[in-house]
Design a protein around this ligand. Structure first.
Ligand SMILES: [Zn+2]
Length: 316
């Protein structure tokens, strides 16, 4: 059987047909037109799905189910997008609306949770009791799959890992309103802010030069400088990684996952990011003389949300 995944974003809606082992057969995207009524957006989504089925020479009989991932708060049980910041959806019954067009089971989840499901299945390890995914981007998101089921708490807002307290009452105000949340220290946004601060203090340094060549400051500047042995670059990267790893240690202490994988574009930094995190987890975790959590880089890249949405039906 095949699975259709739909990944709703503020700008684009991506959809794809995915195999049981998390491979994308075909995918495409359309403009979201987020200002429109949800019924119009869902009609476009259905049309996109029909087109993909046709283009891949499949029939709807080959499709097991359709999964939808969305930013914000998603009530998967009732098929409702409760709240999504960049989209106008408020308590929008997207699942029921899509079923008017497509006669298949429809599953829904928050985008980070979908990515967690995709990465869990792509990891290909059967019978993992607990798996945790963390994604480092504009914010910090994540998800957990426990005994093969996506865990999102009783009200679908569980595993908001970016909003665990790294420095309660600290100086950094989070988008959620609280001070000192993990994502204000461990997001790529935080890394970029630290890079800019260091560039301002060292205008003739390597990072200033790299940023000028690059045309802007992004998450790679500090990593590239650190790789080249630049002291300021190393200082920015080391501090950021300490903050990333600090939260990961908390998740390891709390959930003791068999595997924890790190996603988001910054995970392309590979071992340069992963190895110091592994060292800190080993140093700081509570676990002693027991099998330890395997910390790895996530494997699906940009398609994690789409693939995970498609495979949501497999993690119910
Ligand atoms: Zn927060």
């Amino acid at each position: 059987m095949y699975y259709i995944g739909i990944d709703i974003g503020g700008t684009n809606i991506k959809a794809g047909i995915v195999t049981e082992d998390a491979k994308v057969l075909i995918k495409d995207k359309i403009r979201t037109g987020a200002e429109r009524d949800y019924t119009e957006i869902v009609a476009d989504m259905a049309e996109l799905c029909n087109r993909l089925v046709e283009q891949s020479n499949l029939s709807w009989d080959d499709i097991d189910s359709v999964g939808i991932g969305s930013p914000g708060i998603v009530d998967g049980k009732n098929g409702v997008i409760v709240f999504a910041g960049n989209l106008s959806f408020r308590n929008a019954p997207i699942g029921a609306e899509l079923k008017k067009h497509i006669n298949k089971p429809v599953y829904m989840g928050n985008d980070a949770n979908c990515a967690a499901v995709g990465e869990y299945i792509a990891a290909g390890k059967k019978d993992m009791e607990c798996y945790v995914f963390v994604t480092l981007g504009t914010g910090v998101g994540g998800g957990a799959v426990i005994n093969g089921k996506l865990f999102a708490g009783f009200n679908n807002v569980g595993m908001e890992v970016g909003h665990i307290a790294m420095h309660p009452g600290g100086s950094r105000v989070c988008t959620c309103g609280r001070r000192g949340c993990w994502e204000t220290y461990a997001s790529v946004t935080a890394l970029v802010a630290a890079t800019k601060k260091s560039i301002a203090a060292h205008p003739d340094g390597m990072m200033a030069k790299l940023a000028e060549e690059n045309g802007k400051v992004d998450g790679r500047i500090a990593f590239n400088a650190a790789r080249a042995g630049d002291e300021e670059g190393m200082a920015v990267v080391n501090t950021w990684i300490e903050n990333v790893a600090g939260g990961i240690v908390d998740l390891v202490n709390l959930l003791a996952p068999e595997q924890l994988s790190i996603g988001g574009a910054i995970s392309n930094e590979g071992d340069f990011l992963l190895e110091p995190i592994r060292k800190i987890v080993k140093r700081d975790q509570f676990a002693r003389n027991v099998p330890e959590t395997e910390v790895v880089i996530a494997s699906l890249g940009n398609d994690a949300g789409l693939i995970g949405a498609a495979l949501l039906g497999k993690a119910q």
